[in-house]
Every structure is written in structure tokens, then in C-alpha cells.
Design a binder for this molecule. Structure first.
Ligand SMILES: Nc1ncnc2c1ncn2[C@@H]1O[C@H](COP(=O)(O)OP(=O)(O)O)[C@@H](O)[C@H]1O
Ligand SMILES: N[C@@H](CC(=O)OP(=O)(O)O)C(=O)O
Length: 457
């Protein structure tokens, strides 16, 4: 059975478990092969190459983009990669070869970046030059981690193939998919295990289209090309019936089976089992996706398939986010005035703002967006056309399920929230009933998730 498997950065940093629990687990001989592992950089490496994904602390790229001296930072990254090499020497990594690879790669990158700085000084095409610099820097982390894992596996006598999709010294103008097809055209998957860089170079620029989290896109594009029996994402936790960090690990269980629609609903409130843009090609190709926990290899994890519908009535996941904002538009002339909603949606469209929830009454429309997406220009435009426009930070809590609709579910959910003294600011469910949404006060998010998990989890 051919599988294409993605290993995220947090899991990669537990390299010993990656080798024991993922690559070698329950497999010997030929069973080891016919698998492609798409690996992310070791945890934190891309942060120091670009910028910290959460704190935005500048990495090499941000220094370069700010016309500051980036060379010390780039050198520090090289030193960090060598420290990681030393950390993985006990696993069988040949330190001399691995450090030499770091030196060569970093020197090549520096040569490119010196050229970029020279070009930036000219003031021509800055955007394109900065994007190229971002692509080059991003690629370094995955080139390193894929090299390290494939080298260790070779040292163990396994026929591991280091598949360099980063193409640092490959000047061919190929799209990502073209590069993938070209790279796999000479590989006999039955006789090797492929370790592919999570960064893939392409004329479209993976950073321009997807930016951080790009490994999942490379993983998806490889699966599109190879059409495996199963695509697998290895994470450091199970996709659970609720956030264990909120309700307690003892009050959740792994989601055994769900579908791609539910995965999209999860992503809509920020819980990405897989990025929707990476999931769609898999869903459309009918490829099954499995989310596995790196630290529980014996557990089958969560299987996500296109047409799955639970054979019993149940809520599959309780999730949500407290990072939302409710925009309420009121106007006494709205009732019966065809086109009010169109004008509102046009304003949202004009400012490129999508929403996660919308309800209407005779004279008002309430729309929930991500709080970070709010633009004052949108509010200004709406206020020119409607009597009153208000905004309020809120939390959204959701019940997700492929087959959860039954009399009393809404009542039990609302009763659970009421029992916790949580006021429902707004509630809604679309016809498919795969997602029942409650809008509550921002500071009642955690209490609402706990209350719903107790009531219907
Ligand atoms: N239904 C859920 N199942 C599992 N984890 C969840 C769920 N909902 C929220 N979480 C939280 O999401 C965290 C992982 O979020 P993710 O965005 O994948 O990683 P990170 O934000 O650390 O990069 C988990 O550690 C967990 O606390
Ligand atoms: N290492 C890259 C790519 C990636 O997808 O990483 P992860 O799988 O850890 O999200 C980043 O941090 O953006």
C-alpha cells in the first residue's frame, strides 16, 4: 500500500520517536518501503529563518527586508542547525557529513542573498526580490531536516531516498507539480522510502500562495501526483472530540472517523486538522486522510474520508474560537428593502473580508468575522449606508457532526450553556446540520466549550 505521509515540525523534533513510531513501527524488510514522508523543518527553525509564527519576532528574512544586517542571523541559523546535528548524532547521524551539508547550503543561500541585497539597493522589483529571498530562506529548514532523517535511516541500512524538492541549485523553471513529477519519475517506490523536503520550489512560489505551513501543500501536491491509498498527517496530539487543553484529556476521546466537510468546519474556526487548500485536492481525488498521533503509534488516529456519515447520531467535535468579532448592521428601512444584504456583502467583498457566521432579522444583519480581519474602512463604508453599525468582540462555539441532527440536541446544548450561566448572543445552523454555531461573550469561550462538552460531548 502506497502512503504519502506528512511529519510536522513539532513531531520532527522528537526525531527518535519519529524513527521508532512512524518510520520503523511494525514494519520490516519491504514493508518499510512504498512510503513517502514529507517532512517539515525541525521545530523553530523556520521561525528564525523568517519570523516567529506566533510572536512575529524577526528572523533572517525580516532583517533582510528591513535592510538590516542579516548575515549574523544567517550564521546563527547555521550554528543552530549544527547543534541539532550534534543532538541527532546518537541516532546515527554522520556529524562531519551533516555539518558539511549545512555549510554548503548556508553558503549557497548567502551568495544568493548577497545578490538580492545588491538588487534591492537598486530599488528595482523589490517585491519580487524579497519574495525570492523568502523562498530561499524558507527552503533551508526542510532541506536540513529531510537530509538528517534520510541520512540516519541510511546509516540503519534502510534504502532511504533524500528527495530535494527545494532545488536550491536547480535553476529549471518548473511549477511545484512539474518538479514533483520530475523528481518521482526516476524513483522505484517499491524499493525505497522517500524523505521529501516539505518546502517545494516552483515558479508559482509556494510562499506567495500559502506562506507559513507550506509543508502541508507540498504533501497534498505529492499525494495528488502519486494517488496513494492513504495520506497521513503525523501530529503531536490526536484530533479529539474537544480541545483537551480546555476540557481535560480525560473528557475527550480521539475522533475515530469523520469527513472532509467536518475538517473544513474545523478549519473555519482555526482548528486545522489540515489546511483547506491542502485538503481540497485530496478530497477531490478521493484520497483518504488519516491524522495520527506521533506518540501513540498503536492508535489508528482519525480517518477523514469524503463521503463518511456517522452510523449513529452523535456530535463528533466540539470546537470554536474566542478571536472573533460580531458586526451588527441595523437600519429601520432594511425591512422589505431588497438589496440591503447585497450592499453589505459588496462592502465586505470590496475590503476582502470573509465571515464565519451570519444571521438576519427584519432590520438588522449580524455578521461574525475574525477580529484580526476588521478594517475601519469597512465600518466607515457600512456607516455611510446604514443607520447603526456596531462591533463586539465575541467567541464562537460549535457542535460539528456528519450525523448529529435529532430532536432535543439544540435544547440540550442551550440548556447546558444556561446551566453554566452563559447567555447565547446568537445561534445558527445551516440546513445540512453539520455545524451548530453559538455566539457567546468572548470571556465565556472556555466555559462554553466545557458546558457543551458536558451536555452533548
Ligand atoms: N478538537 C481538537 N482536538 C485536538 N486538539 C485541539 C482541538 N481543538 C483545539 N485543539 C488544540 O489545538 C492545539 C494544536 O493546534 P495546532 O494549531 O495544530 O498547533 P499549534 O497551534 O501548536 O501550531 C492542540 O494542542 C489543542 O490544545
Ligand atoms: N516549517 C515551515 C513549514 C511547515 O509547514 O511547518 P509545520 O508542519 O511545523 O507547520 C513553517 O514553519 O511554516
Amino acid at each position: 500500500m502506497l502512503t504519502v505521509e506528512k511529519i510536522g515540525g513539532t513531531s520532527m523534533s522528537a526525531l527518535h520517536q519519529v524513527i521508532d513510531n512512524i518510520v520503523l513501527y511494525n514494519k520490516t524488510g519491504a514493508e518499510l518501503y512504498n512510503r513517502v514522508f514529507v517532512v517539515s523543518a525541525f521545530s523553530g527553525v523556520t521561525n528564525i529563518l523568517l519570523e516567529n509564527k506566533k510572536t512575529k519576532a524577526p528572523g533572517v528574512y525580516q532583517k533582510l527586508a528591513a535592510h538590516e544586517d542579516f548575515r549574523a542571523e544567517l550564521n546563527a541559523v547555521g550554528q543552530h542547525l549544527k547543534e541539532l546535528n550534534k543532538q541527532y548524532e546518537p541516532l546515527g547521524l554522520n556529524l562531519v557529513q551533516a555539518d558539511a551539508m549545512v555549510d554548503t547550503t548556508m553558503q549557497t543561500a548567502l551568495n544568493y542573498l548577497e545578490g538580492a541585497v545588491t538588487m534591492l539597493a537598486s530599488g528595482y522589483l523589490n517585491e519580487g526580490i524579497l519574495l525570492a529571498a523568502r523562498e530561499i530562506l524558507a527552503s533551508l529548514g526542510e532541506t536540513h531536516s529531510a537530509y538528517v532523517l534520510s541520512s540516519i535511516l541510511k546509516q540503519k541500512g534502510i534504502n532511504a531516498h533524500f528527495l530535494d524538492l527545494a532545488g536550491l541549485t536547480d535553476a529549471r523553471a518548473l511549477t511545484i507539480s512539474e518538479r514533483i513529477k520530475d523528481a518521482f519519475s526516476t524513483i522505484d517506490l517499491n524499493s525505497c522510502v522517500v524523505i521529501a523536503t516539505g518546502y517545494a520550489k516552483g515558479t508559482e512560489g509556494i510562499m506567495r500562495e500559502f506562506d507559513r505551513g507550506y509543508s502541508e501543500v507540498t504533501f497534498s501536491k505529492i499525494a495528488e501526483v502519486l494517488k496513494p491509498q492513504e495520506a497521513i498527517i503525523h501530529k503531536e496530539y490526536h484530533l479529539s472530540t474537544a480541545d483537551p487543553g480546555l476540557v481535560g484529556i480525560e473528557n475527550v476521546r480521539p475522533v475515530g472517523h469523520t469527513n472532509y466537510d467536518i475538517a473544513d468546519q474545523l478549519a473555519d474556526v482555526g482548528m486545522e486538522a489540515i489546511h483547506p487548500k491542502a485538503a481540497k485536492p485530496l478530497e477531490m481525488a478521493g484520497i483518504h486522510l488519516r491524522i495520527k498521533n506521533t506518540f501513540e503509534p498503536e492508535h489508528p488516529g482519525t480517518l477523514i474520508t469524503k463521503g463518511y456519515v456517522s452510523n449513529i447520531k452523535r456530535v463528533e467535535v466540539i470546537t470554536g474560537t474566542d478571536k472573533q468579532l460580531m458586526v451588527d448592521i441595523y437600519d429601520p428601512l432594511m425591512t422589505g428593502n431588497v438589496g440591503s444584504d447585497l450592499r453589505i456583502m459588496q462592502a465586505f467583498y470590496n475590503h476582502g473580508i470573509s465571515y464565519t457566521y451570519k444571521v438576519t432579522s427584519a432590520n438588522s444583519i449580524s455578521i461574525v468575522i475574525w477580529e484580526n480581519d476588521l478594517k475601519q474602512e469597512l465600518i466607515d463604508e457600512l456607516q455611510q449606508n446604514f443607520e447603526r453599525v456596531t462591533t463586539e468582540p465575541v467567541a464562537m462555539v460549535c457542535l460539528l457532526g456528519s450525523n448529529m441532527d435529532q430532536p432535543g440536541l439544540l435544547a440540550k446544548s442551550a440548556a447546558g450553556l444556561a446551566k453554566a450561566d452563559i447567555n447565547i448572543l446568537s445561534a445558527g445552523v445551516a440546513k445540512g446540520k453539520v455545524n451548530i454555531q453559538f455566539v457567546v461573550a468572548k470571556d465565556q469561550f472556555k466555559a462554553a466549550i466545557i458546558a457543551l462538552n458536558q451536555a452533548v460531548g
